[in-house]
Ligand binder design. Sequence first.
Ligand code: 13P
Length: 249
Amino acid sequence: MRAQIVAGNWKMNNDLAMTETLITELKNQKKTSDAEVMIAPTFTNLWAAFQALRQFPIEVIAQNMHFAENGAYTGEVSAEMLKSVGVQTVILGHSERRAYFNETDELLAKKVDTALKNEMRVIFCVGEELNDRKSDNHENVVENQIKNALFHLDANAYENIVLAYEPVWAIGTGETATPEQAQEMHAFIRKTLSNKYSNDVSDKVSILYGGSVKPNNAKEIFSKPDVDGGLIGGASLNANDFFAIVNAI
Ligand code: 13P
């Protein structure tokens, strides 16, 4: 049985006070699903979030980290720093990092290595742009993202890898992939992993869908056999909406 996960990516939203308020609201929600729940506040609020959620089954995760262990990288945050504030899981390869901060597959491979070396879990994002889908190149794009950043790993590394399929054209646009499009790509990702490794590896990797997941579409998307949960942006900033999505699993 694969882990089912719903993770809220808060992106660059919520100052300290807003973070604490939203966490209080999240703690008041009723959870009726077995999904693992995670939230990814911005770096400056990770420690406060971790403190507020001690003993509470919502994991605090990071949105990014640097590949180096430490050193002269002004403005960056290391795996060790994240771990020191209670963070065990990091999102890597988000399309906004790829697009606005020039994160390449090569750089992401290094970040993945550093996270795994530090015994962290990685939520690794892949996804095509609208042009790729229109030109029917979406599977190639996603396959290359996976090959270039992850195929150097041993099979056992996948115990600590979660994949997130986030079509760029569906992020923050209100346009979701149809449940069928999500299922098709998730099955393709699983096949890509089983061809390289084994069915055993691909069967165990959780693959999340992200891109305009809302309370009114989550259930249908999550009902697909290869969709193991969601990576939620906008709707994760509202406690009722986020838990409606968590409970849709
Ligand atoms: P939205 O849910 O706002 O489309 O964002 C998805 C996302 O990028 C999560 O990482």
